[in-house]
Write a protein that binds this ligand. Structure first.
Ligand code: FES
Length: 224
């Protein structure tokens, strides 16, 4: 019999096996996850979660799909956080410092509390990438924020009301469109796809059983 731990999901007490992730513990306890659950593997950011261990004052943030339960864990999920999302035409905006001032002026109200960095479920230096965005250093901002999964936990903790993931998204778009070196082999590959060069291959793949597709995926060629 596996060791059990006590967890509190949305304030209600459950006994669950200690080997489970928070997401698995929810399902084990009878919750059907229709929101706050996507890739189940730490990539999509849909399962942002905050928790506190009884007796500990620190409020922690994590991804429910990639974090194991702990005894006396009090859990609340954050399936959506209302970020400020500005609409712009990437063909028209340019990688100037003014564009951040215009679209996301609140970044200049950062008080340097570092709560965003402490809350990041990916362990990113969020305050640092906002500092790069303030200075119009979009390549650095794009690099520093590259692993952001847009879960929004950083913004939930920000006293200045900054929507960090959207700021970083703008920086990555500006970087991709205007600053990063042009990638010629990508152009070639896109053209090949447009010409239908891989249609037969994809059709063929889609007819294979799942086990064979998994096998092919696990032994695919990976560029060094
Ligand atoms: S479900 Fe996608 S990151 Fe957790």
């Amino acid at each position: 019999m596996e060791n059990m731990v006590t967890v509190f999901l949305f304030g209600k007490k459950y006994e669950v096996p200690e080997s489970l992730t928070i997401m698995e513990a929810m399902e084990y306890s009878g919750y059907q996850l229709v929101r706050g659950c996507g890739c189940r593997n730490g990539f999509c950011g849909a399962c942002a979660t905050i928790y506190r261990i009884a007796g500990d004052r620190e409020l922690k943030a994590c991804l429910a799909c990639s974090t194991k339960v702990e005894n006396n864990m009090y859990v609340a999920t954050l399936p959506f956080f209302p970020l400020v999302k500005e609409v712009y035409d990437i063909e028209k905006v340019k990688p100037t410092q003014q564009i951040m001032m215009q679209l996301y002026p609140e970044i200049y109200s950062c008080v340097g509390c570092n709560a965003c960095t402490k809350a990041c479920t990916q362990g990113l230096n969020v305050m640092q990438y906002i500092a790069y965005a303030q200075r119009g250093e979009y390549e650095k901002c794009a690099e520093e924020s590259f692993d952001c999964v847009m879960c929004g936990v950083c913004s939930s903790r920000c006293p200045a009301g900054i929507s960090h993931p959207q700021v970083a998204m703008l920086a990555r778009r500006l970087n991709g469109k205007y600053l990063a070196p042009h990638c010629e082999h990508l152009d070639v590959r896109v053209e090949e796809i447009r010409e239908g060069k891989f249609e037969a291959l994809i059709e063929n793949l889609m007819e294979k059983p799942l086990s064979e597709i998994k096998e092919l995926y696990n032994h695919r060629e990976i560029e060094a």
